[in-house]
Design a protein around this ligand. Structure first.
Ligand code: SF4
Ligand code: SF4
Length: 628
């Protein structure tokens, strides 16, 4: 039973914890304004199921046990203060559950402790060792107290306390020792509570808050920035929004982002974990005066996050997908790029010519509208004009309009649409770049100009939906144009063709006896959850033998073209496309299939540079064309 003095100590521990948390919260709240709505239901689901944490099964399971062990123990301690009586069978079952949970918690803590002690280098989570030792003291003293109690009442083996009984076999039969253990247990709990803001355990608050405020829509949409006032992007840590700073505060340095980052895995000079840690350290440096000082001069981010890191990111969103606390790294790097490009005209050298081409000609190839309809010559397609309306607008995209192979694929897709009886039209000379690569290389001004122009045109037409070939166009039209009031129904061709096959409007009857592996595009699978549709299409082709690579669906591996890298010289380190193709080749495929024009070019290049020309890289459209 808790005494008044104990209650005073509990209150003191809570006050210390609250003061510490307030000080830390003041740090991330220094960030710029950003409107976010919380998702309470999402947090409850997250905590109940631990789905995201369980992506790493072993560690995730132990985390689940530790978390729920403490929650249940806390609830029982609180209930225990009310002197409630319960039937002995219920009390025994409860005791058994707590005993088993406690045993798992002990094993989990010992496992984490051994792992931490073996870990070397700066990547280990800060303050974890201290928290684990306190946790261990809490669990061990709990079992010692229970074991001594069982020894004192000499019940022998009790099914209600199997682990407690095990401890009782070697503990003294001493009431004094039991009292000592109970007090130690209590003080260790108080110590854990009061030290929470200053140790690794603060992720219990910052992590949960970060899950509450996480981005719930597509991860493929970059944040909109105002070009009207002040500086653009991030030069100092205080230029990030409060949510971006909360991301850093919530990070537990687990390293999962590094393990899934294609740049890191290809030995590029980028570690998302390090970027987040650097931001946190800068934030802590600026948190003097309880974080109230707005005038505090923060160090420049560039002193710890270098240009090569900023430009190595392919904006593939793998860091966000793999992070157990929904922390993206790429949004910070994009904001740093924005500052370099928009405020200091500090471009990656090759990007100058690329951006000039888009600005002058409205396409990524620098060809101009006069050549926009060349790919469609002889197809006699409808082109949107006042008297030529259609239900579906086929947004072709720059890559399919101008790239040699892309043009053939665009023509094939148009023929497939026609075979399926689809009423569609193209924009022809009126189509401009959607702006995806321009935004990702941080020319937000040019992106917004293109977006406004395209939205104005699209709003003036009478179509029902847009279908795109390129996943990047799909993502921009669907997820980024709504930021500028451009709201359209957008589908990717894989979704549309799957529907047409199911409805029987398109038949894939010709047999294709080939071993194939499907490469998911980041902007389809990860950003927009489209990974089953292409597989359904492939499985509808008789004879097709499909295997899954290690990195697939939402956990796919970037081809290396994203984030503007299609137009940039390869950063130091290995080649992303070769790393990806080497992994795909482990499945011994005869064909690598994709449904993105960028992925197709990158993977095809890698097949050649690796001397694996006998394996063909095809777009799904080329395969359907053969099978239909
Ligand atoms: S977006 Fe991709 S490349 Fe960039 S940091 Fe995240 S995982 Fe790495
Ligand atoms: S950002 Fe997320 S995945 Fe990366 S180290 Fe921090 S918590 Fe782990």
């Amino acid at each position: 039973m808790i005494t008044s003095f104990d209650l005073l100590l509990v209150a003191l521990a809570i006050i210390i914890m609250w003061g510490g948390l307030a000080r830390r919260w003041a740090a991330w709240r220094m960030g710029q304004a950003e409107v976010r709505t919380g998702d309470f239901k999402g947090v409850i689901t997250y905590l109940l199921g631990h789905k995201k944490i369980l992506k790493n099964r072993g560690i995730g399971f132990l985390h689940l046990i530790l978390f729920w062990g403490f929650v249940v123990a806390l609830i029982l301690v609180i209930i225990g203060q009310f002197n409630l009586t319960m039937p002995s069978i219920a009390a025994n079952i409860l005791s058994f559950v707590m005993d088993i949970l406690g045993a798992f918690m002990l094993l989990g803590t010992l496992f984490f402790l051994t792992r931490r002690l073996k870990a070397t280098g700066e990547r280990a989570p800060k303050g974890l060792l201290f928290s684990l030792i306190v946790l261990l003291v809490i669990i061990v003293t709990g079992f010692f107290a229970e074991g001594t109690r069982l020894r004192l009442i000499q019940t022998g083996f009790s099914w209600a306390s199997p682990a407690g009984w095990l401890f009782s076999t070697f503990l003294p039969s001493s009431p004094l020792f039991m009292q000592l253990m109970i007090r130690l247990h209590f003080f260790a709990v108080l110590f854990l509570i009061s030290s929470l803001p200053f140790t690794f355990m603060r992720h219990l608050t910052a992590g949960v808050l970060n899950v509450y405020y996480r981005t719930t829509g597509s991860s493929g949409a970059l944040r909109e920035v105002s070009l009207v006032e002040g500086s653009v992007g991030a030069k100092r840590v205080s230029d990030f929004t409060w949510k971006q700073l909360l991301d850093a505060e919530a990070c537990v340095s687990c390293g999962r982002c590094d393990k899934h980052c294609p740049a890191f895995l290809s030995d590029k000079p980028l570690s998302p974990q390090k970027v987040i840690r650097n931001i946190l350290e800068h934030m802590e440096k600026g948190n003097h005066n309880g974080g109230k000082s707005k005038t505090l001069e923060f160090p420049l981010l560039e002193s710890v996050i270098k240009g090569d890191e900023i430009w190595s990111c392919t904006i593939c969103m793998a860091c966000l997908e793999s992070c157990p606390l929904y922390i993206p790294c790429f949004d910070k790097l994009v904001d740093m790029r924005r500052n370099l490009v928009m405020m200091e005209s500090d471009f990656y050298p090759e990007l100058k010519a690329f951006l000039r081409a888009v600005e002058t000609f409205g396409d990524t190839f620098g060809r101009g509208k006069a050549f926009r309809e060349d790919w469609a010559v002889g197809l006699n397609l409808k082109i949107y004009k006042e008297n030529q309306q259609a239900e579906t607008l086929f947004w072709v995209g720059c890559q399919a309009t101008f790239h040699e192979r892309g043009r053939l694929i665009a023509a094939s897709l148009a023929r497939i649409f026609r075979t399926a009886g689809l009423d569609f039209a193209i924009l022809g000379k009126s189509e401009l770049c959607c702006g995806d690569p321009v935004r990702r290389v941080a020319n937000e001004y040019l992106f917004q100009r293109l977006a406004h122009r395209n939205i104005e045109l699209l709003n003036s037409l009478g179509f029902k939906r847009i279908v795109t070939y390129c996943p990047h166009c799909y993502n921009t039209l669907k997820n980024e144009y709504p930021q500028f009031n451009g709201k359209f129904e957008v589908v990717h061709y894989t979704e549309l063709l799957r529907d047409l096959i199911i409805k029987g409007q398109l038949k894939t009857t010709r047999e294709v006896h080939r071993k194939a592996v499907y490469h998911d595009s980041c902007y389809l699978a990860r950003a927009n959850d489209i990974h089953q549709d292409p597989r359904d299409i492939l499985e509808s082709i008789p004879g097709m033998e499909l295997s899954e690579p290690e990195y697939s669906r939402k956990d796919t591996f970037c081809c290396g073209a994203g984030g503007g890298h299609m137009w940039m010289r390869e950063a130091p380190g290995g080649k992303l496309n070769e790393v990806r193709v080497e992994e795909l080749l482990k499945k011994s495929p005869e064909m690598i299939i994709t449904s993105c024009p960028y992925c197709m070019v990158m993977l095809d290049d890698a097949l050649r540079s690796l001397g694996a020309e006998e394996v063909r890289c095809l777009d799904l459209i080329e395969l359907i064309q053969d099978a239909a």
